[in-house]
Unconditional design. Structure first.
Length: 358
């Protein structure tokens, strides 16, 4: 069958999602499994979002609003942009893919960092677009090297800020210099999936940087701090003409009605967002201190997760934690990423880790 697909698709491996709790319960017979593997909000969705979602179920026989009008109107109002500068996505994941499909061809080129969100590489491979993966420098995006990797053929640069899996961020100074210097023929996709969790004083708001580069597209999601990962809602803001091309390419009903109304209600529940941010900030510090007590130095993180070098092989550490009912994420480069959970979950992780390393 390999003759049916492009060389890029032939080398593509399916996205390795965090192991579901049910699967570990089933396979290992452990009752109280905790999942700290997919950077989800441990507080769950806003109760108001759930109420709105439940109320929308009786309309399930109707196609959803194809333009997500109410949601886009509110997002545009909150961000002070016009509606035609805004596109909704089936998760921000779909918008990443849309950027590749809409603006690149196999004759062109994409730049992203390594390690960074794996979907950038997957989308480039799936569409046969050559790419350069620029290594992080001291775990941070090396924007100078990324700038140097841009050629006449480059059409798209992905920057995750904060980065997944490291949790590191680029500051306003570095981002500003990059956006000022980046050539006009390049779209910069600034992926701010973890925007709300960032607390560093120099963490830049991508939307405030739009004046520095006309072709800057800023992506946000309802999957992280809003706790709506299962509903698949994300969005992007950029130049109206550029966003218009993505609207041409996207599937007509890309976000379901339950996701649309839940996201709208979640936006209004600012208390839930604040609670989630505060919990993450205090538990992120406590988790980092707990790791340090075990002799592990996590990478300083602006996200809702911590990334660290595994003191034993990452695969065996992952397995040993799994046996204790704790799901984390192991990376090929011998690192582990753990999501900041509820206080009791973080304690359970630290205790399990301590036992494994004893
Ligand atoms: C950096 C980054 N971007 C985008 C996404 C995709 O999120 P979603 O498609 O759920 O909006 C994720 C999810 O983990 C992520 O880590």
């Amino acid at each position: 069958m390999s003759s049916l697909v492009s060389p890029g698709i032939e080398t593509l491996r399916p996205y390795a999602a965090g192991k579901p709790i049910e699967e570990v319960t089933r396979e290992l017979g452990i009752a109280d499994v905790i999942k700290l593997a997919s950077n989800e909000n441990p507080l769950g969705p806003s109760p108001k979002a759930l109420e709105a979602a439940a109320a929308a179920l009786s309309g399930a026989h109707r196609y959803p609003d194809a333009s997500a009008h109410a949601l886009r109107t509110e997002l545009a109002r909150q961000h002070g942009v016009s509606m035609d500068e805004l596109i909704q996505g089936n998760g921000s994941n779909e918008i990443l893919e849309l950027l590749v499909r809409t603006f690149t061809t196999p004759e062109q080129h994409i730049v992203f960092a390594e390690p960074s969100f794996v979907v950038y590489r997957m989308a480039a491979l799936a569409h046969g677009v050559p790419f350069t993966a620029v290594p992080l420098r001291n775990q941070v995006h090396d924007l100078d090297a990324m700038l140097a990797a841009i050629t006449d053929k480059t059409r798209l640069v992905f920057i995750a800020n904060p980065n997944n899996p490291t949790g590191t961020h680029v500051g306003q100074g570095a981002l500003g210099r990059f956006l000022t210097a980046v050539p006009d023929h390049v779209i910069v996709a600034l992926d701010e999936a973890y925007f709300e969790y960032a607390t560093a004083a120099d963490y830049p708001d991508g939307l405030k940087n739009r004046g520095l580069h006309k072709k800057l597209v800023v992506l946000r999601t309802f999957s992280k701090i809003h706790g709506l990962a299962a509903f698949r809602v994300g969005y992007a803001i950029g130049d109206a003409e550029l966003v218009g091309y993505m609207h041409r390419v996207r599937a007509p009903f890309n976000v379901g009605i339950v996701g649309q109304v839940a996201a709208l209600a979640a936006l209004a529940d600012t208390d839930h967002v604040s609670r989630s941010r505060e919990l993450n900030e205090s538990e992120r510090s406590r988790l980092a201190a707990g790791l340090q007590n075990l002799g592990i130095e996590p990478v300083p993180s602006q996200g809702n997760f911590l990334f660290f070098e595994a003191p034993i092989s990452a695969a065996s550490l992952y397995d040993a934690l799994l046996q204790k009912g704790v799901i984390v994420r192991a990376f090929a480069g011998a690192q582990i990423r753990v999501t900041v959970g509820l206080p009791a979950e973080n304690q359970r992780f630290l205790t399990a880790l301590g036992e494994v390393l004893a």
